[in-house]
Design a protein around this ligand. Sequence first.
Ligand code: SF4
Ligand code: SF4
Length: 107
Amino acid sequence: MDEFKCEIKTSNSKSGPGDAGRTGSWRVERPVIDLSKCTPAKRQKDSCYLCWLYCPDGVISKELEPKIDLEYCKGCGICAQECPTGAIKMVEETSLIEEERKNDEKN
Ligand code: SF4
Ligand code: SF4
């Protein structure tokens, strides 16, 4: 029997942080992590990281205290939906921008 040779070429690419470009100012909501509810942060031990796994833009770090790169986060809310402990909340950009503005005025 002849040796089977497959002529089909496939690629095996994975999305990386920032592949979808900077978000700009159109995002409506942004994710905020409450570390007191985040399993790896609470236990100080690697675990879970479902937010990191499911983020389609790859912008969540896989650290004991996961961080979200808001330059690239699109605000889709998947991380908040997938977090098993409810540690991630989606917060309206406008309310946070207003909060930041007030803090800037105080300082
Ligand atoms: S999915 Fe939730 S609990 Fe798990 S690492 Fe992310 S924020 Fe923490
Ligand atoms: S909101 Fe979407 S893009 Fe932003 S960190 Fe969560 S999953 Fe990633």
